[in-house]
Design a protein around this ligand. Structure first.
Ligand code: MRU
Length: 319
């Protein structure tokens, strides 16, 4: 299953601290909704499915200890605004009786892995033998209940065809690609090369990318995709070079309450993430604009890969 990011041990939620990977492996313990929301907001755990599962455990812990359901929902829901998985997970648990909450959270966790593996098979079938893939952000076991969405497609493809190669985009400013995806792929023994985000055009112009694989934080009803900032830039580039962009999309990430991508709230994060990293500052104290996500219009996407096969927005021409 690859690395574990989320586990329930001795009555508490434990999260691998993704802020300090790959050089340190430490675990953070959460025992209530507030601690869990802090861990989500501070990026101890990140990735849309992973934060949904984490919120489910945090909600269960709080309510089982006698905490107020509405307050638990509110604090967890407010932790990060873009991924719909937070809302989805909390709504799934809203009517579950208190003594069944923990089992429901555990089931959600296990089901996410099964969903990812099904998606992996459907996505891998779209790729040519010996595929050269470009991957953005981290969408692997760390970002989900296990296995991964876009990276799960890579894992399924590599299991059938070890000649698959992955260009790992470093994913400025938070470096999820460099720190997390490269580490996951190394552990899996999947052939990969880390590149600065700005190398993507050079690779595509040279014909060295067969497909771009990304995940998503929320997909609007019309197929517009909110995902890690930089996805839009890659999709525009891929259109220019006729490279398909595939989105790994669990059906729970489709938000039919958002008609288009313009309705998706985009999180802005702290300036320190752009000025430097983990206390090392390379920029002056200059104003910073740091949106964590962007929206890629449906017309730039070649396929939305779900656990049920390909999904198409209404009216979208199937490629
Ligand atoms: O800010 P992050 O690291 O939580 O952003 C993660 C992404 O954008 C992922 O691509 C997305 O959540 C899908 S993870 C399967």
């Amino acid at each position: 299953m690859g690395v574990d990011a989320i586990r329930f041990v001795d009555g508490a939620l434990e999260l691998i601290d993704q802020r300090v990977l790959p050089h340190e492996e430490t675990w953070i313990r959460c025992t209530n909704a507030t601690e869990t929301a802090d861990a989500i907001r501070d990026m101890v755990v990140r990735g849309a499915p992973a934060i949904g599962i984490t919120a489910a455990y945090g909600y269960a812990l709080e309510v089982m200890a006698g905490g107020d359901r509405a307050a638990a929902h509110e604090v967890l829901y407010a932790a990060r605004p873009t991924a719909v998985n937070l809302r989805w997970a909390l709504e799934e648990l809203a009517e579950v009786p208190t003594d069944a909450l923990l089992d429901a959270a555990k089931r959600m966790h296990a089901e996410d892995i099964a969903i990812n593996q099904a998606m992996g098979g459907h996505g891998a079938a779209l790729l040519p033998k010996g595929a050269q893939l470009y991957h953005h952000c981290n969408t692997g076991a760390l970002a989900t209940g296990g296995w991964g969405t876009a990276l799960g497609i890579v894992r399924s493809a590599a299991a059938a065809d070890p000649s698959v190669h992955v260009w790992v985009g470093e994913t400025r400013p938070y470096l999820q690609g460099a720190r997390l995806t490269a580490w996951e792929l190394l552990q899996e023994g999947i052939d990969c090369t880390l590149v600065a985000d700005s190398v993507a055009a050079t690779l595509m112009a040279a014909g060295k990318v067969d497909a771009v694989l990304v995940g998503c934080d929320r997909v609007a009803a019309n197929g517009d995709v909110a995902n890690k900032v930089g996805t839009l830039m890659l999709a525009v580039l891929a259109k220019r070079y006729d490279v398909p962009v595939y989105v790994g999309m669990p059906m729970s990430t489709l938000d039919t309450r958002c008609p288009t991508g313009a309705d998706i709230p985009i999180e802005e994060r702290d300036a320190s993430e752009v000025r430097g990293h983990r206390g090392v500052e390379w920029a002056a104290d200059v104003p910073v604009y740091n949106p964590a996500f962007d929206v890629t219009p449906a017309e730039l996407i070649a396929g939305w890969v779900t656990e049920n096969g390909l999904w198409w927005p209404p009216g979208h021409a199937r490629s």
